[in-house]
Unconditional design. Structure first.
Length: 276
């Protein structure tokens, strides 16, 4: 009887969890169940753009879409596994919508490499309003809204001291999509301390926001690759841009080059090197 009274009291007087807090609870739970079931046990089919899709991608998208419909009724969902026309219709007509990559790093996942993530962003009136990236292997949930600052597993992220010059930085660089000139300059000059490319854009953004890496360079990320990461980094005090130092997020489906850094000092040095 005592426990029942306590539960009633909590329901009546405790504040209702925010949408961000509810997502911090539900997305990891869904991901752990589905991705844990399929990891190392998937069959893949090839999409028209040459990328692959697995049963895990489809199951994740269906489950998360159902959950989002309950948490935010009436908000549309843009998913990577939707048709191109469906994606265009949502971005061009919906005032608010979710942008979901149910499994970022599908190639890693399919081959048993434990580097993959779920990426989710909420766009309201053409602006990023909420972001979440979940790493089911390390059980880390990176999240933020427009006013929260970066959160890791529901708590304010700790500040990590950052270097003040490029030569002391760890950089995430995707060489495959860069111009030949840029690739050669990077290999010749090696302006950073060391370089990584882990095969999941979502985690590269999240780790940059958390200060674990300091630089990011990519020749062309898709909308669902950068939507959540842009807000995570901004809320962590980092900086990012696309060509000509324009904002990466512009509420379109176009692929965008990415240059980003964990703070303003490193961002300026990084941009100056890349554009010199």
């Amino acid at each position: 009887m005592g426990n029942y009274i306590i539960k009633l009291w909590m329901r009546r007087f405790m504040p209702k969890p925010s949408l961000l807090q509810q997502l911090e609870d539900r997305i990891p739970a869904i991901s752990d169940e589905i991705l844990g079931h399929y990891f190392n046990h998937t069959c893949a089919s090839v999409k028209t753009d040459g990328s692959i899709v697995t049963e895990a991608d489809t199951a994740m998208q269906q489950s998360i879409q159902t959950e989002l419909a309950q948490l935010a009724p009436g908000v549309a969902m843009l998913g990577e596994e939707m048709s191109a026309q469906q994606q265009i219709d949502i971005v061009s007509t919906e005032p608010s919508y979710w942008c979901l990559d149910p499994l970022d790093g599908t190639n890693n996942f399919h081959h048993g490499v434990p580097l993959f993530a779920v990426s989710l962003a909420l766009i309201e009136q053409g602006e990023l309003a909420l972001a979440l990236v979940y790493d089911p292997v390390r059980k880390e949930c990176f999240s933020a809204d427009r006013h929260s600052g970066l959160r890791i597993n529901g708590c304010a992220a700790s500040t990590i001291e950052q270097p003040d010059t490029l030569k002391h930085c760890l950089a995430s660089v995707d060489f495959k999509r860069l111009t030949t000139q840029t690739r050669l300059r990077l290999c010749d000059a090696m302006p950073f301390k060391s370089q990584r490319n882990i095969g999941t854009c979502a985690l590269e953004w999240a780790w940059l926001a958390a200060g674990r890496t300091q630089l990011l360079l990519h020749g062309g990320e898709k909308f669902w690759d950068y939507a959540a990461g842009c807000l995570l980094l901004q809320q962590a005090g980092g900086f990012s841009s696309s060509d000509g130092e324009q904002a990466i997020f512009n509420n379109t489906l176009e692929a965008r080059p990415v240059i980003a850094a964990s703070n303003s000092t490193l961002y300026r040095q990084w941009v100056d090197f890349i554009t010199a």
